[in-house]
Design a protein around this ligand. Structure first.
Ligand code: NAG
Ligand code: NAG
Ligand code: NAG
Ligand code: NAG
Ligand code: NAG
Ligand code: NAG
Length: 278
């Protein structure tokens, strides 16, 4: 369990260590000020729902251990979605309308997962959704569009002006620069699969848990868009034990080239991460 209050003295120590290393401010390709950095959703709580197939909302999703109702409603509202819901304590889903066909309104106590970074608030529960209506969405997302307004973090401010985005540097130097800028609590919140990133630096949350053992599949980091949209499905090959039984190396390579290409496409579109359990 990661909480906000365990380490304030350690955090002070880390902050003073970091204070001496000034951040190099420079311009790389800052194309956007970042979605939702100034926008703050206002919302109305609609209740707690059993959501056994995670199907109330499902256009886009965000997974982070730093999830709160305010973060979720602002994430959804900034993308033009009027509904936002939190499941599993960490996962936020957005849509233009709720689909209650496989859901059931239950007592608020069933939404029993405390939000990790703000335990005074509830972040749904396992297959249970805390549902909100966003009262001031920015624009109006349409069901047919699979766009989730994904912009690479190094093209958005403020991260774009940090050396981690300087492609002239080696990967090791870029990583060292980023890690050197993180405060202790931020480091802790990035040691889990639903990594929080850093709102302060503009580093977005990142969900490491993506799966593709025999094709890009359901996982906390993978979002399949509505049927008929791009990213609504991926090729599902036979399970690995069957493929292995063919004793055919070129077949395995041919399958994995497709899996790799589709995984990359999901990542490029912002519908999955770039690392997979395979
Ligand atoms: C990027 O890194 C290179 C290599 O260290 C450096 O020469 C250059 O000034 C950096 N660019 C910016 C915009 O800071
Ligand atoms: C860097 O970005 C700032 C703010 O967008 C802009 O005013 C400035 O001209 C840019 N500097 C360079 C060297 O591109
Ligand atoms: C966003 O609004 C909520 C209340 O609706 C408020 O508690 C919070 O401080 C606001 N955050 C920002 C960044 O303005
Ligand atoms: C609502 O969800 C059900 C099953 O969960 C699905 O069969 C149905 O197509 C959905 N309706 C809409 C309008 O998406
Ligand atoms: C968004 O557009 C749809 C279809 O045009 C409409 O039914 C819906 O009410 C709109 N939502 C908002 C919040 O304006
Ligand atoms: C899928 O993406 C392609 C390329 O961006 C676009 O031309 C097409 O309209 C999209 N299809 C749907 C159903 O959104």
């Amino acid at each position: 369990m990661i909480g906000r209050n365990h380490n304030s003295s350690l955090r002070l120590a880390a902050t003073s260590l970091l204070a001496s290393s000034a951040v190099a401010q420079s311009n790389f390709t800052c194309k956007s000020s970042g979605t939702g950095t100034t926008y703050n959703a206002t919302s109305k709580y609609l209740g707690c729902y059993l959501d056994p197939s995670v199907s109330i909302l499902g256009a886009v999703k965000l997974s982070t251990i730093a999830m709160t109702p305010q973060l979720c409603t602002s994430f959804c509202g900034a993308r033009g979605y009027s509904y936002a819901g939190i499941n599993f304590g960490t996962q936020c889903f957005c849509d233009v309308a709720p689909n209650f066909s496989n859901a059931k309104l239950v007592d608020d106590t069933k939404c029993s997962s405390k939000c990790y970074t703000d335990p005074s608030q509830r972040c749904g529960a396992t297959y249970v959704e805390s549902l909100y209506q966003v009262l001031n969405p920015q624009g109006n997302a349409s069901t047919g569009s699979a766009s989730n307004n994904y912009i690479p973090a190094c093209e958005t401010s403020p991260l774009c002006s940090h050396q981690v985005c300087n492609t002239s540097l080696s990967t090791a130097d870029r990583v060292a620069s980023l890690v050197g800028e993180l405060q202790l609590e931020e480091k802790i919140l990035n040691l889990v699969d639903s990594a929080a990133g850093s709102g302060r630096l503009g580093l977005p949350p990142y969900e490491w848990w993506n799966e593709a053992t025999h094709g890009v599949g359901s996982a906390p980091g993978v979002q399949f868009a509505h049927m008929g949209s791009n990213y609504s499905y991926a090729t599902s090959f036979p399970s690995p034990i069957l493929t292995a039984a063919a004793f055919d190396d070129p077949l395995v390579r041919a399958i994995d080239e497709v899996v790799g290409r589709e995984g990359r496409a999901f990542g490029n579109g912002g519908f999955a991460g770039f690392d997979y359990w395979v």
